[in-house]
Design a protein around this ligand. Structure first.
Ligand SMILES: [Zn+2]
Ligand SMILES: [Zn+2]
Length: 231
């Protein structure tokens, strides 16, 4: 087995996921690219840049988004974009664990952390999951669950509508695109619970908003949102 591993290392050496430089196999980025990763500035609203007392959503934006708190780890700069690309198409476990651990560190600094009952990965439609082979939000959720010692709730929110990819849509089009896309199953379990919604990248927040509204309709107590990056 070790011989096989050494051969694999020889023919497929570990490479930095951003610049392809050879690196130790325990690492995911070379030193230079790791230095370029940039944490999101705290105490400023992720949606409107207003100053916040804590976390990444201001009181005004809480009127528009039903989130009690938002945490995102990194800005979406080049090394991170490349990592997320690899994360979606291959090598998902190593990258998911690396970035998930870093997000967990960030979350554990906030007082709301101790009130989270369950972690909820944003679901993929089953056709998309079959095509990709995994749901990237579940991989991040797993890393968070291990690090923060909070259980994951699976199969509570279901994506019932196959939505087109949102990348090229404007904010109001995105909201329309994901409206009624989700459904809550087993709603008894979320009643009065504080839930941490997990996704890879936060863009306009319309997917998270659609799920959060549904969870609150079904009497969830708090909805916290976390993502690896803010695009
Ligand atoms: Zn590099
Ligand atoms: Zn704001």
């Amino acid at each position: 087995m070790n011989v096989l591993k050494s051969l694999l290392d020889l023919f497929f050496p570990s490479q930095c996921f951003s610049c392809n430089k050879r690196i130790d196999k325990e690492l995911v980025l070379c030193e230079k690219c790791a230095d370029e990763l940039s944490y999101i500035k705290e105490n400023s609203c992720i949606f409107c840049n207003r100053e916040t007392k804590e976390g990444l959503i201001c009181e005004e934006c809480k009127q528009e988004y039903p989130f009690d708190e938002v945490v995102s780890a990194y800005t979406f700069n080049l090394p991170l974009q490349r990592m997320i690309h690899h994360f979606k198409y291959n090598e998902f476990k190593r990258i998911g664990t690396f970035l998930g651990n870093s997000l967990a560190d960030r979350i554990s600094k906030y007082p709301f952390y101790s009130s989270i009952d369950y972690i909820l990965p944003v679901p993929l439609h089953k056709t998309k999951k079959r095509f990709r082979g995994f749901n990237q939000s579940e991989i991040i959720a797993r890393a968070l669950s291990v690090k923060l010692n909070i259980p994951i709730l699976k199969n509570v929110v279901k994506r019932k509508k196959f939505t087109q990819t949102q990348t090229k849509l404007k904010k109001h089009e995105r909201e329309k695109n994901v409206a009624n896309a989700f459904q809550v199953k087993k709603f008894g379990i979320i009643k009065n619970k504080s839930l941490l919604l997990v996704d890879d990248v936060l863009t306009t927040g319309s997917t998270m908003k659609s799920i959060a509204l549904l969870l609150k309709e079904n009497l969830a107590k708090h909805i916290y949102v976390c993502t690896l990056a803010r695009a």
